[in-house]
Ligand binder design. Structure first.
Ligand SMILES: Cc1ncc(COP(=O)(O)O)c(C=O)c1O
Length: 403
């Protein structure tokens, strides 16, 4: 087998440089642990950006995938298949919504939500043709398509990819007033992440989501929650909106819905919203395929037990208590909810990248975001002992820059 260095050399020469990975080549994984091609083990504290909430190789999910691989993998939506009913009914019940529209990646689900909101705006709200606007947040992250990067405020994501899609108004995240001021007769929706993941795990003040919900209801516009990263157990509830008892008009889901096995995404909404989509108006060859649905069904069954939500809540308390002790010890602030944390490193000590590399040398894989923030999101199957070990490794990695 080739060494890590040989493989990285080929990858760096033969693949586009759209990522800057840590120099580790993973060969296999189980639970919260991964093993590289040289046999070195690392604790995964990224979980495929929350796609692996239920752990690498989760037996229930892998079994469902293996069984489905042997039965049926693809029909396209030209025909029905026998996994689709359970997926739609199961995800509908989990979200409390009437209807589901499945796609593949998260960005596709966000695009779907945008299309549905616009169509709803024209057909139900009565907005003039071509005039619909959607209010979005500064520092958002919703994916990488040309429409989605059109309303990104991150220069790396946005610049150089114009001409940009019109129809979006960007306001400050966390300010209900800013949304109120941006609303006009053409507004059809507010699109937000209930916790901004890529921005550094930014948790809005208590009451913000409730007030956004109330405002959207009062103004007759849709509240769309992108729970692609925050949803499905990560924060200690099924959805991050649940922490305030808020129910958006549309959930946008992805990542962990595919159990870390295949891309599965979906939007969930009631009939008066999602019913606007008619045959021929939206679709995807692979969206809602039998393999995706079988995996999604296993994920929904897991979430219906509540076990992972409870575990993320409990371990989250342990994680945040320990991280708070590090403030002042090379850490400026810590944020987060459940098993999800953003740790701001003192920028005078090291960049997030340098800390991630030092952490990797100590057997923990995590990724920096925006300068000097480290994001921690281990698989929810992680043991308490491993979790505390990882945070100790982080403390040691940071300390190495203070010596
Ligand atoms: C909140 C949010 N929305 C959308 C996406 C895009 O998902 P995908 O990478 O599957 O297109 C992501 C990915 O990080 C995300 O975190």
């Amino acid at each position: 087998m080739s060494t890590s260095a040989q493989l990285i050399d080929v990858i760096e020469r033969r693949s586009a440089h759209n990522y800057h990975p840590l120099p580790v080549v993973i060969h296999e994984a189980e639970g919260a642990w991964v093993t590289d091609v040289e046999g070195r083990r690392f604790l995964d504290c990224l979980s495929g950006y929350s796609s692996l909430n239920f752990g690498h190789g989760n037996p229930k999910i892998v079994q469902a995938a293996q069984k489905q691989l042997q039965n049926l993998t693809l029909t396209s939506r030209a025909f029905y298949h026998d996994q689709f009913a359970a997926f739609c009914a199961g995800l509908g019940d989990l979200t409390g919504k009437d209807m589901i529209l499945p796609m593949n990646t998260g960005a596709e689900a966000v695009e779907t939500a945008i299309k549905v909101a616009r169509k709803w705006g024209y057909e139900v709200k009565g907005v003039e043709p071509e005039q619909a606007t959607i209010i979005v947040m500064e520092d958002n992250f919703h994916g990488r398509t040309t429409t989605i990067v059109s309303f990104s405020t991150d220069p790396d994501a946005h610049d150089g990819f114009g001409p940009y899609t019109p129809g979006f108004k960007i306001v400050k995240y966390g300010s209900v007033e800013a949304i109120r001021e941006a609303i006009d007769a053409n507004t059809v929706a507010v699109l937000l992440e209930p916790i901004q993941g890529e921005a550094g795990v930014l948790v809005p003040a208590d009451g913000y989501l409730t007030q956004v919900r109330e405002l959207c209801t009062a103004e007759g516009i849709l509240m769309i929650a992108d729970e692609i990263q925050s949803g499905l157990g990560r924060t200690g509830e099924t959805f991050a909106c649940d922490h305030e008892g808020v129910v958006p008009d549309m959930y946008v889901l992805g990542k962990a819905l595919g159990g870390g096995v295949v891309p599965v995404s979906a939007i969930a909404a009631n009939t008066e919203v999602l019913g606007v989509i008619k045959p021929g108006q939206h679709g995807s060859t692979f969206g809602g395929n039998p393999l995706a649905c079988a995996v999604g069904n296993a994920v929904i069954e897991i979430l219906n037990t509540g076990e992972y939500q409870e575990r993320a809540a409990r371990l989250g308390e342990v994680l945040h208590a320990r991280l708070r002790e590090m403030v002042g010890e090379g850490v400026v602030t810590v944020r987060g909810r459940g098993l999800w944390a953003g740790v701001d490193i003192d920028p005078s000590l090291a960049t997030g990248r340098e800390v991630s590399e030092a952490l990797m040398e100590r057997g923990v894989l995590a990724k920096d975001t925006h300068g000097s923030t480290i994001r921690l999101a281990p698989p929810i199957v992680i043991s308490e002992e491993d979790l505390l070990w990882a945070v100790d490794r982080l403390a040691d990695a940071i300390a190495s820059f203070r010596r």
